[in-house]
Design a protein around this ligand. Structure first.
Ligand code: G6P
Length: 612
């Protein structure tokens, strides 16, 4: 989604802004722009990538020690030069960048039009910019006050930064629903939609809360007020992020780096939590809510995208070993379908970014109904992490590739730990089995490393099928969510249509699609419904489909049936998703690379979806 960077200080702003925009490219965007204030306030913006913006400004004077910059992911109005941010107000006295959606932009725009404002773009952002200008003029107030009053009239979500052509000494920033971080340097300020553009300059940051406005000024300390005019004391936190985590470290793409980081990221998710030696699991972040979990009659998991797939694995885990009913809901459906929620319910919200708008709204709804909300987030300090009653971070490290990989396996790891802990507390598992599972879970990072060792087979398969139009993924039990996730990875980054299905359901529809051109990935690991999945392989072969089977090491039976076989190490059935997902991530990756796709920033997708 859109990205914000702004700078105020003694240094030249442009290099910092462009560098920041590059750091934010991973969020997904379709145009970019910058506003710089030197003798006058100038805006440069263009459709396309940050590199296009750099080309666009090659010949212009880019001096200035204050500026704002933006990458836009289109919501209102197509991606083009005019709709790109920053937006000038009509008089060109202010310019503004915005993440989020102003839902009541249409009536606000009509009203401003009756007062003589003419709009250049189709955006909701230009409406907000002129609303602020109108208030400043008519009510004769400071820009800060005008922003505050305007935000009281706005319905929707925003993170904004406003620059005033007549004031080279201050910027105004505000947020509601979309994150905004202010980095505090020695004698300067860095503002951004997440910490990635800030980390190389300072570790001291203030996260704005919803409905807060900040006055960032050269001559005084940071001032924060709520939009209801209440003073707030800025709370300065220290970032723990590591700069090397934001670089590719020798890999061709972030996605590949993140796939290969999984042995470590899974280990990091378990660190200090899994103690196989003493037979215990401890999750400090939710320790005060363990009794709520024990007493809960039901768990509801809310999430979107890949996180929703992790939630499905969670459903199997909790029901299997902790014997508690689980419902897994798309947050976007849950929030609008008048769900039945009891105070005794525990809702687990899963989100890599911790900023997904639908997941946040689902949390709000469940909170209003009195349920207990636990979070599983990757981004520390994110909105979801703050909105939940308690939670556990996945500690997978920054995930830059838009297609989620290491965050998924970290989420599944955490859900596994939660389910194991709950099973122990509820006594639904014997001590021997519990300890056995802990020991096996501890071995998973090494088994993931083994799964990653060779890419030869996956590359061969990718070569063979890179030009097909459709793919089918089948799995059962714990491997059904794996099939969904495998299909999602492929469609996200290679633009090949792919569907994940529960293997037994194939005969109720997708079987009609199978012909000699159709590759079917079947996850047929030992245990569970293995024999039945093997029958599904035969059904595909009987219709001349092409089978790519993921099997447990040493399984020779499937070699005779499938066109390609990929082996993964033997493990407990409930841990298979942590291994079986990995070759599917690689398959999607290599196919996308061979098709010449932009793997880390697939078209139309955003890393963190902060709008509905
Ligand atoms: C976007 C991303 C997906 C992600 C989903 C949910 O669609 O492209 O990779 O799974 O949002 O995001 P979250 O941050 O809530 O896990």
């Amino acid at each position: 989604m859109c990205g914000i960077v702004a700078y105020l200080g003694p240094k030249e702003a442009y290099p910092i802004l462009i560098n920041g925009l590059r750091r934010l490219e991973y969020r997904g965007y379709d145009s970019a722009g910058v506003a710089l204030l030197n003798d006058s306030l100038e805006v440069y913006k263009t459709k396309g990538k940050v590199a296009d913006l750099e080309n666009f400004v090659k010949e212009v004077d880019l001096r200035g020690t204050i500026g704002i910059a933006h990458t836009r992911w289109a919501t209102h109005g197509e991606p083009n030069d005019v709709n790109a941010h920053p937006h000038f107000s009509q008089s060109k006295e202010i310019a503004l960048i915005h993440n989020g959606i102003i839902e009541n932009y249409a009536p606000l725009r009509s009203e401003l039009e009756t007062r003589g404002y003419v709009f250049e773009s189709s955006t909701d952002t230009e409406v907000l910019t002129n609303l602020i200008e109108d208030i400043r003029k008519n009510e004769n107030v400071s820009l800060f006050e005008a922003v505050r009053i305007a935000l009281n009239q706005v319905i929707g979500a925003y993170a904004i930064v406003v620059i005033d052509a007549k004031d080279p000494n201050s910027l105004i920033a505000a947020r509601k629903g979309s994150p905004l971080v202010i980095g505090i340097g020695n004698d300067d300020y860095y503002i951004a939609s997440d910490a990635t553009p800030i980390i190389e300059y300072t570790r001291n940051v203030v996260y704005l809360d919803d409905e807060e406005i900040a006055l960032i000024s050269r001559s005084s300390d940071l001032k924060i007020k709520t939009i209801r005019n209440k003073e707030k004391t800025p709370y300065v936190q220290e970032l723990e992020m590591n700069l090397s985590a934001l670089e590719k470290g020798g890999f061709e793409h972030f996605m590949l780096k993140e796939i290969f980081e999984q042995p470590q990221s899974i280990r990091d998710s378990m660190r200090g939590r899994l103690h196989a030696d003493i037979g215990s699991v401890s999750l400090g972040g939710i320790i005060d809510y363990e009794q709520k979990l024990v007493n809960a009659k039901r768990i509801i998991i809310v999430a979107c995208g890949t996180s929703w797939h992790a939630g499905l694995v969670g459903e199997y885990l909790f029901e299997d070993i902790a014997r508690i009913p689980v419902e897994v809901e798309y947050a976007s459906e849950f929030r609008y379908r008048n769900p039945v929620i009891y105070e005794s319910d525990v809702v687990i919200a899963i989100s890599q970014s911790g900023e997904t708008a639908d997941t946040l709204a689902a949390i709000d709804l469940a909170k209003q109904k009195g349920a207990t909300i636990l979070g599983i987030c990757n981004v520390v300090g994110s909105s979801i992490a703050r909105a939940t009653h308690a939670g556990s971070y996945t500690h997978a490290g920054p995930e830059i590739g838009v297609a989620s990989t290491k965050a998924f396996t970290a989420q599944v790891t955490l859900l596994t730990l939660m389910a194991l802990r709950l099973a122990q507390l509820k006594g639904t598992i014997t001590k021997t089995r519990f300890v056995h599972l802990l020991n096996e879970l501890e071995r998973i990072p090494d088994k993931v490393a083994k799964t990653l060792q060779s890419s030869k087979k996956v590359i061969e398969i990718a070569e063979k099928y890179k030009d097909v139009r459709n793919f089918l993924y089948l799995g059962r039990g714990y491997n059904f969510p794996v099939a969904l996730e495998g299909a999602l990875k492929l469609k996200e980054i290679s633009y090949i249509h792919a569907e994940g299905y529960p293997a037994a359901e194939m005969k109720h529809g997708p079987i009609a699609l199978i012909d000699e051109e159709m590759p079917v990935v079947v996850i047929a690991t030992n245990k569970g419904t293995y024999d039945k999945v093997v029958s599904n392989i035969q059904e595909v072969k009987a219709r001349k489909g092409q089978v790519i089977a993921i099997v447990t090491e040493g399984n020779v039976a499937v070699y005779g049936m499938a066109d390609y076989v990929i082996e993964i190490p033997e493990t407990e059935e409930m841990f298979v998703p942590l291994l079986a997902t990995v070759p599917l991530q690689k398959l999607a990756y290599y196919i996308a690379v061979m098709r010449g796709c932009n793997v880390d920033q697939p078209r139309n997708l955003a890393k963190s979806v902060t709008v509905e």
